[in-house]
Write a new protein. Structure first.
Length: 112
């Protein structure tokens, strides 16, 4: 079973809504963060306590976790062990995309 982080705002975008429906179709659990731009500490808690294994996040927020992971080997290891790190809504800066790929993150982009 997958545990996926998805935002309630997906209902405003029909393409992201289809991602949500597909996740539910395959028996995924959804974790709702405390705030949209949640901290890396909260991400670690979601991974450890909730079993998060797929992260779907907007690039503007995902970059914060990448910045933290550059300084925190434990967080980097957790990101590398996720089954999927998916971003959508806007492009990820090339520097962050290169770093993520070089670091072994399973990064995917979702544009419709």
């Amino acid at each position: 079973m997958s545990t996926i982080l998805v935002y309630l705002s997906v209902f405003r975008d029909s393409n992201l809504f289809s991602v949500l429906i597909g996740s539910l179709q395959h028996g995924s659990c959804i974790i709702q963060p405390t705030v949209l731009n949640f901290s890396s500490e909260e991400l670690v808690d979601m991974i450890l306590r909730c079993g998060l294994n797929r992260l779907n996040q907007f690039p503007a927020f995902l970059m914060n976790h990448f910045r933290s992971a550059r300084e925190n080997p434990k967080l980097l290891s957790m990101l590398k062990n996720l089954d999927d790190v998916l971003y959508s809504g806007m492009p990820l800066p090339m520097e962050d995309e290169r770093w993520a790929m070089k670091s072994g993150l399973k990064l995917r982009v979702c544009y419709y």
